[in-house]
Design a protein around this ligand. Sequence first.
Ligand code: GRF
Length: 225
Amino acid sequence: MPEQDKPRLVVLISGSGSNLQAFIDQCADGTLPADLVAVISNRPGVKGLERAEHAGVPAITIDHKEFDSREAFDIALAERIDALQPDLVILAGFMRILTQDFVSRFMGKLLNIHPSLLPKYPGLNTHQRAIDAGDAVAGATVHFVTPELDGGPPVLRAEIPVEPEDTADALAAKILVQEHKIYPLAAHWFLSQRLKLQDGSAYLDGDRLAESGKLFADTLLEQRS
Ligand code: GRF
């Protein structure tokens, strides 16, 4: 397929960008038939920007510290994204609370990944919270973004067992491996028109998804399209 016919992806980051790397790799090898048109970071000098540059993807910094208000930053960010005409905007470790106006502007084509089994543990320190609660399983969830922080409808989740010796860092590392599988897969569903946000719920192939989204293990044997 000619490059210009592929759906367009923009990825927003604030840090390491290991999820971004999964998108870079899958776009490059064709597993995810999409054109990664830009990576935008709100923090200068982060590793994710290096990953983008290394892959030949335009790497843009919009430093939130240069703006007087959250609103002003979000407007500048939204205008930059609009100019890129993306079909899907991916939040991949983008550590900013977004204004309602921003979310409304992109709602329905804005995905996030959160390192917990939503609706458990929105916000920060998710791995330690799972350990402290004595949870037997932990994981990550891809979800549509709505104005409520980490509260949009879940799409796809991966679960892993919490071992007695797990520290928060160990758990985070194990969950990241799963994140790199489920996030590009959910994006693939969206870009192939299988996944939609309708009336506040996530639908896959016309079926409304469960409150916790689809479990990744259920999808392993499925074809991608
Ligand atoms: C991941 O744990 C993701 O779930 C969360 O932020 C982290 C980003 O990691 N939203 P990376 O920058 O993709 O390595």
